[in-house]
Design a protein. Structure first.
Length: 419
């Protein structure tokens, strides 16, 4: 078998299945560092074994079985030096699962285990930043560089934050489970933030040769759906589910078969998933009827305006601008302000929006944010300031690690030079 091809398969398995396998291991081991260590050992074993034997028919199950055996070996070694009852009990449980022929699908309750892992990572004993970072790594399978880039933080800072969070979970003996109803409010916003961040990384991958990662989009939607079933009366959960469905409905039209990025205004709307739009709109209306407006419902409402417009020219930009105003009142972040300026450029005019963008730039909070420079370049082109637009596009390209986005921006810059 081609070794390079096998390594590609292993990389895909890691990206697609890390969170599922880790959550099952965590349900048995109750120790995040140990679970990550034995899963890493299993991946090393795959790199050694699969080039000769081939990629297993169910690679996730192979990794889970191998990781369990690695865990048993480690626990046996610990038992030689330490006779703690908990470790002996854990080893017995793993051994039983290893030989239980009735366990037809170890992933049957995977979503429950993943929700438990998310709630553990989002414990209030951890800082908000640590909760999000740790969950993205454990559940989303994102590496430290991707998380740091997405959260606009230095990679070394992010690595330290994740290590400290894992140690705190272990030291504080934070339980691995979905907490009781009385504890949901203090963790829910972190859980929602993490699920949406996983979705966004899937919708537009931080790096790599694919514009999007369908596996992460699907994973986030499934986790959101499971959470909505667990807590059906919380409108913000339904709002998040609606938002992800409405966004994901447009994913197939965002890239051509030859991997060329297609902007919203140029997309073939016949490729949009009408069933997902209908389902997302239905969820949104149900959430809004509960009269407890939150940021995810507002974002879903904005996405619904886009999704239900017959074409780009028929988009109700005035309505979107109003919705962004409400959203900014609830969540005053520079990224939301940037998106509001984009809507304003169509509801009013590009020159007015460019003035607002310059004020935002003066604040200096989006200096390393790629899309700020993409938006600025677009507004500069629309106001006939082509030389300045070239400079903004060049900066956007420097900040872009996704190959498809980079190729799109390179072509835009070439078009400006050819003018």
């Amino acid at each position: 078998m081609n070794a390079d091809l096998t390594h590609t398969h292993i990389e895909d398995v890691v990206r697609n299945s890390w969170g599922r396998v880790l959550s099952i291991l965590m349900s048995h081991l109750r120790d995040m560092e140990l679970a990550e260590d034995v899963l890493q050992d299993a991946l090393i074993a795959a790199l050694s074994s699969w080039p000769q034997s081939g990629v297993p028919h169910v690679p996730e199950a192979w990794l889970l079985t191998t990781a369990r055996r690695k865990a048993i070996d480690r626990l046996r070694h610990c038992q030689m030096h330490n006779s703690k009852a908990a470790e002996i009990e854990m080893m017995a449980k793993l051994t039983h699962q290893e030989h239980d022929a009735s366990e037809s699908s170890p992933f049957a309750k995977c979503k429950d285990e993943q929700l438990s892992l998310i709630f553990t990572c989002c414990h209030p004993a951890l800082s908000q930043a640590a909760r999000i970072a740790l969950t993205l790594k454990a559940v989303g399978g994102l590496d430290t560089r991707e998380i740091a880039r997405g959260l606009m933080t230095k990679e070394t800072t992010m690595a330290q934050r994740i290590v400290r969070a894992k140690r705190k979970i272990k030291a504080a003996n934070i339980p691995y489970k979905v907490p009781g109803k009385e504890q949901w409010p203090e963790r829910l916003q972190s859980v929602l933030s993490v699920i949406y961040f996983i979705f966004n990384e899937g919708y537009t991958a931080t790096s790599g040769s694919q514009l999007s990662r369908e596996d992460l989009c699907y994973e986030a939607i499934q986790l959101g759906t499971a959470l909505n079933q667990l807590i059906p009366d919380e409108p913000e959960i339904a709002g998040l589910c609606a938002l992800m469905l409405l966004h994901n409905a447009r994913r197939a039209a965002r890239c051509t078969p030859d991997k060329t990025l297609v902007q919203l205004k140029d997309q073939d709307r016949s490729l949009w998933d009408k069933q997902a739009i209908k389902q997302g709109t239905h969820l949104l209306l149900g959430a809004l009827a509960k009269a407890s407006l939150g940021p995810y419902q507002l974002q879903a409402a904005i996405s619904a305006v886009h999704a239900n417009a017959s074409d780009f020219s028929q988009t109700d930009w005035a309505e979107i601008t109003v919705l962004y105003g409400r959203l900014y009142e609830l969540s005053p972040t520079p990224v939301i302000q940037l998106n509001a300026i984009v809507a304003m450029s169509y509801a009013k005019d590009a020159e007015f929006a460019l003035s607002a963008l310059n004020e935002l730039q003066t604040a200096g909070e989006l200096q390393e944010y790629q899309y700020f420079y993409v938006v600025k370049a677009d507004l500069l082109v629309r106001t006939k300031q082509f030389e300045a637009a070239k400079s903004s596009l060049s900066r956007a390209i420097q900040l872009t690690a996704n190959k498809i986005e980079r190729a799109f921006l390179d072509n835009k810059l070439l078009e400006l030079h050819n003018r």
